[in-house]
Design a binder for this molecule. Structure first.
Ligand SMILES: CC(C)(COP(=O)(O)OP(=O)(O)OC[C@H]1O[C@@H](n2cnc3c(N)ncnc32)[C@H](O)[C@@H]1OP(=O)(O)O)[C@@H](O)C(=O)NCCC(=O)NCCS
Length: 356
């Protein structure tokens, strides 16, 4: 089922490298102990089954576009470029402020960019991996010099807080990268993407779209909230994460032995550990921050990437693999040879930044 664009052998004239990163999470921290007062669960159950210890929650006054805009501004500052230089904005999200317009349009206004191309990508938790591939194609084709790619979600607004099997898993946040052309042997080397709509009901929001619009019945049954068959999603995730990462690596002539750091979707520590085991990667070659943020959907991979860079875990020339899976079902992986010299970058706090 895995489909992908051609990778290294087609030798694009230009390659896309990440020149700036930024993230933004709400200030409100909700721990497992807070949740056990609210739901029929225990802090210990959540920690041992998922690895999550706390998550950030956007209150009523914080929206997906606000987090995305702040992350984008932080990434622009990190890259030391003006919002006026951005040629295209792609936002991965499935929890936009509105059904439409897109969150990317709101971010365009929020950062004060020119009236450029801006659109959303809906691939759930795989969204950033999909969007990064698209953004890179704008650079590789010469259609754009500077592309802003954002992953932003506030899935806690789509939860049924009485459903303990889902409400303990998610958190809110956003992160962004700036893409520009880089040396031809660096940057995004290959991508592998896939989807299987046959699994669309394994994790979904059944109502609120055009098929089943909001009604009193929908609200009574909470069909406008996330429904999930957890163990089936778990099995899918463990299988597909390793497979898609290995496929992406093979598309640029690499193997798991070449990987310096794996940045996996942060849904469950047990899923991450199983995938790493299948890839033969030891713990110090895998970045994990699920304990502090839970599953932030499309923001999960770029938040982890931002934190990995800030923690000094990625150096110029390193092979970094981003891998995600999510509703759809969707999955994907990007292989990047890191093109930025981190020692040259300003050591500011621009990769973080919270919103109250
Ligand atoms: C959801 C998940 C953590 C559940 O872990 P699990 O080990 O598979 O647990 P199970 O679903 O088998 O449930 C075991 C028991 O715990 C219970 N349980 C579920 N959530 C609970 C919670 N928050 N607190 C306490 N008990 C809970 C279940 O009701 C079940 O009880 P039962 O045996 O009496 O029926 C796990 O399946 C998972 O992570 N799945 C993938 C989810 C995911 O990644 N989603 C996002 C995709 S992008």
């Amino acid at each position: 089922m895995i489909t992908a664009r051609p990778s290294v052998p087609s030798q694009p004239v230009r390659r896309a490298g990440i020149v700036g990163l930024g993230m933004s999470v709400p200030d409100l921290v909700v721990s497992n102990y807070d949740l056990e007062k609210r739901v029929d669960t225990s802090a210990e159950w959540i920690r041992t089954r998922t690895g999550i210890q706390e998550r950030r929650i956007a209150g009523d006054s914080i929206t997906t576009s606000m987090l995305g805009t702040q992350a984008a501004l932080n990434a622009l500052r990190d890259a030391d470029i003006s919002s006026q230089s951005v040629d295209a904005i792609i936002c991965a999200t499935t929890s936009g402020d509105y059904l439409w317009p897109s969150t990317a349009c709101l971010i365009q206004q929020g950062i004060g960019a020119n009236p450029i191309c801006a659109f959303d990508v809906a691939a759930a938790c795989s969204g950033f991996v999909y969007a990064l591939d698209l953004g890179a194609q704008y650079i590789e084709s010469g259609r754009a010099e500077t592309v802003l790619v954002v992953g932003a979600d506030t899935l806690t607004k789509q939860l049924n807080w009485e459903d303990r099997s889902t409400c303990v898993l998610f958190g809110d946040g956003a992160a962004a990268v700036i893409l520009r052309s880089c040396n031809p042997d660096e940057g995004l080397l290959a991508t592998s993407l896939g989807a299987d709509g046959g699994g669309s009901e394994l994790i979904w929001i059944p109502a609120g779209g055009t098929k089943t619009p909001i009604s009193h019945c929908v609200l009574d049954k909470k069909l406008n909230t996330i429904q999930m068959r957890g163990p089936e999603v778990y099995k899918f995730a463990v299988k597909v994460m390793g497979e898609v990462a290995i496929d992406a690596l093979s598309r640029c002539g690499l193997t798991c032995a070449d990987v310096d750091l794996l940045i996996p979707h942060q849904a469950n520590i047990r899923i991450i550990q199983s995938a790493a085991e299948r890839m033969g990667l030891c713990q110090d070659r895998v970045f994990i921050n699920v304990e502090r943020y839970g599953n932030t959907s499309a923001a999960s991979v770029p938040i982890a990437l931002s934190e990995a860079v800030k923690a000094g875990r990625i150096q110029h020339g390193d092979i970094v693999v981003l891998v995600g899976f999510g509703a759809g079902l969707t999955w994907g992986a990007n292989v990047i040879r890191w093109s930025r010299d981190e020692s040259d970058c300003r050591k500011t706090d621009s990769t973080t930044g919270g919103l109250e």
